[in-house]
Design a binder for this molecule. Structure first.
Ligand SMILES: [Zn+2]
Ligand SMILES: [Zn+2]
Length: 465
């Protein structure tokens, strides 16, 4: 009875949540500046009877909304930050709304809103059926810089959770039962001595030389890291003009590997390369950790429950107009890239997959990307799904992604994710078939006695003014 009520409530109210996601898509704001989205979601949740705790972990755009009391405590994770430079209309041709402006190229306008939608539906059912327990929506800023949730976790705001649920807009309906890579984001600042590059180069010590030597060293390191690991960098400051020996230079690195131990080991070696480069050039180097996230711990128990519930949500249907729009977007993408995406869900023709997938054998495998939501999976058992919010072939962080996530395709996928999370949340609240005990047992085996410890050093504060 409870689940039917939840699905019915969600169908009857989906327009108001489409509007919230559309408004956030219309007001994209980048990491730590998401005031519009967090204020809007806070006011909606407050109006529905949730208790709001604002400015969590000293971050003005982080908040927690809570309803109910006692255990179990179920947390739904939300995100709402946009990406710089990805402004785009909901159109199948590349058209910016604001020149070089931000845009929701990762669909976080949908990500957070589905969580809000799901907790409100759950709250309505809990109130109607006298279901006890606590539900929370976590408004988490700054996923795109991979640190919002780590700062929140460092403050302990997730510590009492019995289970966490999340999702991400995707290109198919998948229960994500695989890991994501652990990652360190770190900047190396080199300090040299400025000089006239023609008249007195002997008096100068180039910080840019140090950066270039460091990158050369790191590129040699690539051969000696584990398969699947990644090293990427950008030079964010390479000097001011060719005729001035650069006094300051900065290079920003991401190091990724399948576990935090492996990332820490890569970091140890890259730190040595930085020191070596400073030694060679008689410059000084300092480093600054921007983010440090765990690898994701999937949970078979929660994944199975999420699949069961995804299958109970009916079928995600797309109209002919939506399929035509998807085809127009796909026409702008390399066919090889599209085919590669289609392989994942087994279809060669379908660009908007509606079938639900679960790959039970995926636990133990790792995707190339990283997310700060992985930190939560080390604090409580966590389940995650993706749903079809964009056509196969669309790459996240692209104009095609921004367009898709601001279209009815994105909103349909969002409602489907909200339904899946709300039904799963209901099963967890009533602890159907002792799911929480099983999930917790699996979680404790996986963390193997290693308690969560935030990777960002204590002295590093959230980058908010
Ligand atoms: Zn992203
Ligand atoms: Zn994302």
């Amino acid at each position: 009875m409870g689940k039917k009520t939840i699905l019915q409530w969600l169908d009857e109210h989906n327009v108001e949540f489409t509007e919230i996601a559309q408004k956030i898509w219309d007001h994209p704001q980048i990491a730590y500046k998401e005031t519009y989205a967090s204020d809007l979601q806070k006011s909606v949740l407050h109006e529905k009877g949730f208790t709001i705790t604002s400015s969590v972990a000293g971050i003005p755009t982080a908040f927690v909304a809570e309803f109910g009391s006692g255990t179990p405590i179920i947390g739904l994770m939300g995100e709402y930050d946009a990406l710089p430079g990805l402004s785009q209309k909901a159109s199948a041709i590349k058209e910016e709304v604001v020149l070089d402006g931000p845009g929701h190229g990762c669909g976080h306008n949908l990500l957070g809103t589905a969580g809000v939608e799901a907790v409100i539906a759950l709250k309505e059912t809990m109130a109607m059926e006298n279901v006890s327990g606590t539900i929370r929506y976590y408004g988490c800023p700054a996923e795109e810089v991979l640190s919002g949730k780590t700062f929140m976790a460092r403050e302990g705001v997730f510590d009492d959770l019995d289970c966490a649920l999340t999702w991400h807009p995707g290109k198919s309906n998948i229960v994500v039962n695989m890991s994501m890579q652990a990652m360190v984001s770190i900047k190396y600042h080199f300090k040299g001595i400025t000089a006239h590059a023609a008249a007195a180069p002997h008096a100068g010590r180039s910080a840019l030389d140090a950066v270039e030597l460091m990158n050369t060293g790191s590129n040699y390191l690539r051969e000696h890291i584990l398969d699947g690991s990644r090293i990427h960098y950008v030079i964010t400051n390479g000097g001011l003009a060719p005729n001035i020996v650069p006094e300051d230079a900065t290079v920003w690195y991401y190091l990724r590997a399948s576990s935090r131990e492996h990332v820490e080991d890569m970091l140890r070696r890259v730190n040595k390369i930085a020191e070596g480069s400073a030694l060679m050039t008689e410059t000084k180097v300092s480093s600054e950790i921007i983010a440090n996230v765990y690898e994701m711990l999937p949970n078979n128990t929660i994944s199975e429950v999420m699949l069961e519930n995804m299958n109970e949500c009916g079928v995600l249907e797309f109209t002919q107009d939506e399929q035509n729009f998807a085809q127009e977007i796909v026409n702008t993408i390399d066919p090889g890239v599209v085919r590669n995406d289609q392989k994942i869900t087994g279809g060669t023709e379908v660009i908007l997959p509606v079938k639900n997938f679960y790959f039970p054998h995926m636990k133990g495998t790792t995707g190339a990307g990283s997310s700060d939501v992985a930190d939560i999976s080390w604090i409580a058992p966590m389940g995650m799904v993706t749903t079809t919010c964009a056509p196969a072939g669309v790459q996240f962080h692209s104009w095609q992604a921004t367009a898709s996530f601001g279209s009815s395709i994105g909103y349909k996928g969002m409602h489907f994710a909200a339904k899946t999370m709300a039904l799963t949340g209901y099963d967890l609240l009533i602890n159907k078939n002792s799911i929480l005990e099983k999930a917790k047992k699996e979680f404790l085996e996986d963390i193997d006695g290693k308690p969560y410890k935030a990777g960002i050093p204590n002295e590093v504060k959230p980058p908010v003014q």
